[in-house]
Write a new protein. Structure first.
Length: 347
């Protein structure tokens, strides 16, 4: 999407979301996920805003976002990255002060070798595969991995600071089964001589709804940005942080043209399916061209009027999740598909 649109990001609302999440998760701490340029909101601005309201943990799958988060937070926060990388890339992350998620014995060896090259032990979070199979050490290999991690810890190459996993969040029963595997893995790690101080299993949905999954740390991504789960309930104290807005450029017979468009993908799929917010209430999006879109006009519509494609409920707009559900996807996708040519404006 390119044109006269803006992604308007309300940092005050983001901070209110972070406070609400931290209050609900206490006494567990909250890791604010900033993957993919903080869901398109901008890593540096998001990290600084979160630090101002007490956030002490950040995390990203991708190393680039993790390194930017650490640079923005400095010594005020810990940053965790869980993408399996090469030994050289692991060394770069360690030199930047990043803690590493390790879900493979081979990667454990590469991280240890990278740490030896840097001259300081790597802070490692060992990952057990509790059934999602996204990655992680399989339960049948867990004892061997813990024994090797203990050897590397005694050699001064690593410090196992955490045990973690992902769960499917497909049903309470499957999540309960994953939690049992996780608890067994923590016990086995301690039996092997490791002393992990941080246990983290749950991301946004499980952490929000089930207190027993919170342990010491929870990883909250979309909810901090006001993006609820697809087909999930509204979140108390949480609202969307980002609003995609575009000006009216032309008014015709029953239609108004707005200065934002798309050639394909999520946004063109919205044509004829969604309503957008206008100064006179919601109007249907009629069609989407590469550089502009047309919506139903309203009495008095004029060039310069502002239209919100998605935004905050408090402002009367449909959220990104509301719009995404109409094309059977998740609320994160409209944010992550926005062109970097659309300015991010912070308010």
């Amino acid at each position: 999407m390119i044109g006269g649109a803006q992604l308007r990001i309300d940092l005050g609302r983001f901070q209110r979301n972070v406070r609400a999440v931290r209050e609900r998760m206490a006494p567990a701490d909250v890791l604010v996920v900033v993957k993919d340029d903080a869901y398109g909101h901008g890593v540096e601005q998001i990290v600084r805003a979160a630090c101002e309201v007490g956030a002490e943990w950040f995390g990203a799958i991708d190393p680039a976002s993790a390194v930017r988060a650490k640079a923005a937070a400095g010594d005020d926060a810990r940053v965790f990255s869980w993408l399996t990388t090469t030994q050289a890339a692991a060394g770069e992350l360690l030199r930047a002060g990043i803690e590493l998620g390790v879900g493979d014995i081979g990667y454990l060896e590469r991280v240890a070798a990278a740490a030896r090259a840097t001259g300081a032990p790597a802070c490692v979070h060992l990952k057990i595969d509790t059934g999602l199979h996204r990655n992680g050490i399989r339960p049948e290999a867990w004892s061997e991995a813990c024994a090797r991690a203990s050897e590397l810890e005694h050699a001064g190459d690593i410090t196992v600071v955490g045990i973690w996993s992902h769960i499917a969040e497909a049903s309470d029963a499957s999540d309960d089964a994953s939690r049992a595997v996780f608890d067994d893995a923590v016990a086995a790690a301690r039996s092997a001589g490791l002393d992990p101080q941080i246990r983290h299993l749950a991301a946004s949905a499980a952490a929000w709804h089930r207190a027993e999954f919170r342990y010491d740390l929870v990883r909250i991504g979309a909810f901090c940005y006001g993006v609820r789960s697809q087909d999930g309930p509204e979140l108390e104290g949480i609202d969307a942080v980002a609003a995609l807005v575009a000006p009216v450029t032309e008014v015709g017979s029953g239609t108004a043209t707005i200065d934002v468009g798309s050639a394909d993908g999520v946004f063109s799929s919205w044509a004829g399916r969604i309503e957008v917010s206008t100064p006179a209430g919601r109007r249907r999006l009629l069609d989407v061209a590469p550089f502009s879109s047309r919506i139903e006009a309203w009495p008095g519509a004029a060039p310069g009027d502002e239209v919100t494609i998605f935004g905050a409920r408090a402002d009367g707009a449909p959220t990104s999740t509301d719009q995404a559900e109409l094309i059977d996807t998740v609320g994160e996708e409209p944010l992550l598909r926005l062109s970097p040519l659309i300015p991010r404006v912070y308010v």
